[in-house]
Design a protein around this ligand. Structure first.
Ligand SMILES: Cc1ncc(COP(=O)(O)O)c(C=O)c1O
Length: 164
């Protein structure tokens, strides 16, 4: 299981690193669970986000996503799971997940109703400005932390976190 972009490190996996993970999973017949709730939130210089399921199109993947991070709405608690049921390995898992969703409490129905509009109408302008803002905040926090004796900040490449 991995989280990319990362909470808590603020790192973003390179395509080469994801390919190594894919090779390992392929070799050992593993399904990969990837929490990509920070999908696309990469702002480090030369850093790009690659969805794992696209890097490894032959491997069964369970991907988690949601709106709280990519639209900056923490607390709205609306997410999703995408099951890449390659080779049919995850059919029973998917069935189990569907059953589980009938017994768990769901997100607020108003937010569910708003989702199609959010996904269709919020454009690249919003995402670009949001990422630029995160990049600026990350640079500021890195700069401020580096002025404190004994702290060694590692600049974040994505998400909303960094290691110190
Ligand atoms: C890696 C990761 N996955 C999932 C979540 C859950 O997000 P939410 O409950 O806001 O949808 C968080 C929130 O911090 C997170 O960092």
């Amino acid at each position: 299981m991995m989280i990319n972009p990362s909470n808590p490190c603020g790192s973003v996996y390179s395509k080469a690193h994801l390919t190594e993970i894919a090779d390992f999973a392929r070799k050992h017949g593993l399904t990969v669970l990837t929490d990509e709730i920070y999908h696309g939130l990469a702002y480090g210089e030369g850093t790009e986000f690659f969805p794992f399921a696209e890097v490894a199109p032959d491997i069964p993947v369970i991907k988690a996503g949601g709106i709280s991070k990519i639209y900056g709405v923490p607390g709205w608690r609306l997410g999703w799971i995408i099951v890449y049921n390659r080779h049919g390995f995850l059919t029973d898992v998917k069935e189990g997940m569907l059953r589980a969703t009938t017994i768990w409490l769901s997100p607020c129905s108003l937010i569910q109703a708003a989702l199609p509009k959010i996904l269709k109408e919020v454009g690249e302008d919003f995402h670009d400005a949001y990422k630029a803002n995160l990049k600026k905040s990350s640079a500021l926090v890195t700069e401020l932390c580096s002025q404190i004796e004994g702290l060694n900040p590692i600049k974040g490449q994505g998400s909303m976190y960094m290691m110190v």
